[in-house]
Design a protein around this ligand. Structure first.
Ligand SMILES: COC(=O)N1C[C@@H]2C[C@@H]3O[C@]2(Cc2nccnc23)C1
Length: 130
């Protein structure tokens, strides 16, 4: 009911802030938009569930995250996709894997430092009973 909607609205405001901070960090530019399948035609043959920060911002706006855990699951999807598609010993692949690991640590740490754990618990309780 009403107070639950207030809680989820506050979650969306918080998640937009996090998403913006990550997308504005130049280290993570390769994660800000979907991989261009015109430029990289084999990408969809290898990565079955693409994810990127612009798509995540849209998911926030479409009320597709009910708690921070769900948001961090999509961050983890970005990371795993990058590790899977870029496994080589080359410096290019090594750099994108390193950036993916940095993205994960930044996202989890930002949320842990800036989110009240009771607020996340409340969001997860709402999410579980829906
Ligand atoms: C999250 O981003 C990625 O996993 N990738 C992998 C692709 C391979 C390589 O780098 C990417 C984009 C790209 N475009 C043109 C030619 N080659 C590339 C970014």
């Amino acid at each position: 009911f009403e107070t639950e909607e207030h809680t989820l609205r506050e979650l969306r405001i918080f998640l937009r802030e996090i998403c913006k901070k990550l997308a504005n960090n130049r280290l993570f530019y390769m994660f800000t938009k979907p991989v261009d399948t015109e430029e990289v035609p084999d990408y969809p043959t290898i990565i079955k569930q693409p994810m990127d920060l612009e798509t995540m911002m849209t998911k926030v706006d479409f009320h597709q995250y009910e708690c921070a855990k769900d948001f961090l699951n999509d961050i983890e999807l970005i990371v795993q996709n990058a590790l899977e598609y870029n496994p080589a010993k080359t410096s290019a692949d090594k750099q994108i894997r390193h950036r993916a690991c940095s993205l994960r640590d930044y996202a989890f740490t930002l949320i842990k430092n800036e989110m009240d754990s009771d607020f996340e618990d409340k969001c997860q309780d709402i999410s579980k009973k829906r």
